[in-house]
Write a protein that binds this ligand. Structure first.
Ligand SMILES: [Zn+2]
Length: 320
């Protein structure tokens, strides 16, 4: 009998608890696009941090005090990080980790106002509330998280780039990610392509879902060593990544487990998966049965019929 883990609302599962789906670039970007027009230009009039783990290692009290009175000047994203830029040059950086949600809530009693029903109505305090920022129009930006791995940091003007620099690599959407750059990042890497894509320091924002989807689109086997790709594979992988993430964005992200957008609504990308979670189903490209294997401790779905397993390339002897 396989080992089972208890993971809260999901119940018993054969997957290790650290395998819960994590919001990836499309989920975080969906939230960013939703909150940007609502929060930019607003001033934070009150801040409540209810869980000291949210700001660890910083104390929540000074962080809350520093947020009050600040105007939000930008809502950005790097990789899976959400970045609220503030008018003193500091940045509130947030990571949803596994089960965090960022909800924009109407003030008490306002949910029935005309045109506001699309927003998350907040008659009572939501479960698992970790932090709450009250804006000057009365609305509340709420960070909820049943599993408490979600995190925030308040970073000074000179702290943001060093913080991100050591954690986040190239953004896959926006043109910086070229086939040549993928080749350079992958050069000499023996790690399987699945692990290569999960490494945030290489290409940012890709997690378990979109790694599987990108590799299927690129027709590359997840166990192929990253350094075994040739030029045509770099381009195929670039296209696979861009298409998989774009599809996720168009569908408002994937809600396999806890993910909700800032309006408290589920995404529908899970209905569009080509291979992820589709073990035993037919590959939409070639009809072969989709397999599930574990790579780097993560469930990995692929088609053995059309995803090519590349062989390790012999290291060329350096000419002098
Ligand atoms: Zn196939």
């Amino acid at each position: 009998m396989p080992h089972l883990w208890w993971v809260g609302r999901v119940g018993w599962t054969a997957h290790a608890p650290n395998l819960a789906p994590v919001p990836e670039l499309p989920e975080v970007e969906t939230i960013r696009r939703q909150i940007e027009p609502e929060v930019v230009g607003r001033t934070i009039v009150a801040a409540r941090i209810l869980d000291e783990r949210w700001t660890r290692p910083l104390d929540p009290e000074p962080v809350a005090r520093a947020l009050v009175g600040r105007e939000v000047v930008s809502a950005g994203r790097r990789g899976k990080y959400l970045l609220l830029g503030l008018d003193d040059g500091s940045t509130l950086l947030m990571h949803l980790r596994m089960t965090g949600n960022l909800l924009l809530a109407e003030p008490l009693g306002a949910a029935r106002r005309f045109g506001m029903d699309r927003l998350y109505p907040a008659p009572t305090e939501p479960a698992y509330l970790k932090a709450e920022l009250e804006l000057d129009d009365g609305r509340l930006l709420r960070f909820t998280d049943p599993r408490r791995f979600g995190h925030a940091s308040l970073l000074g003007p000179d702290e943001l780039e060093p913080y991100l620099g050591s954690r986040v690599g190239v953004e896959p959407l926006g043109g910086e990610l070229t086939a040549e750059l993928i080749g350079r990042i992958a050069e000499g890497r023996k790690a399987p392509l699945k692990s290569f894509l999960l490494d945030q320091r290489g290409i940012a924002g890709i997690g378990n879902i979109y790694a599987d989807e990108a590799l299927h689109r690129a027709e590359l086997h997840p166990l192929s060593p990253a350094g075994s790709m040739r030029r045509e594979h770099w381009e195929a992988l670039r296209e696979g990544i861009v298409e998989a993430l774009g599809e996720g964005l168009r569908n408002g992200g994937a809600s396999i487990d806890d993910y909700l957008d800032s309006r408290g609504e589920r995404g529908v990308m899970q209905d569009e998966f080509l291979v992820h979670t589709r073990e035993g189903e037919e590959c939409p490209r070639c009809g072969e049965r989709i397999n599930r294997i574990v790579v780097a401790g993560r469930s990995t779905y692929f088609c053995p019929g059309c995803q090519v397993r590349l062989r390790r390339r012999r290291r060329r002897r350096k000419r002098r």
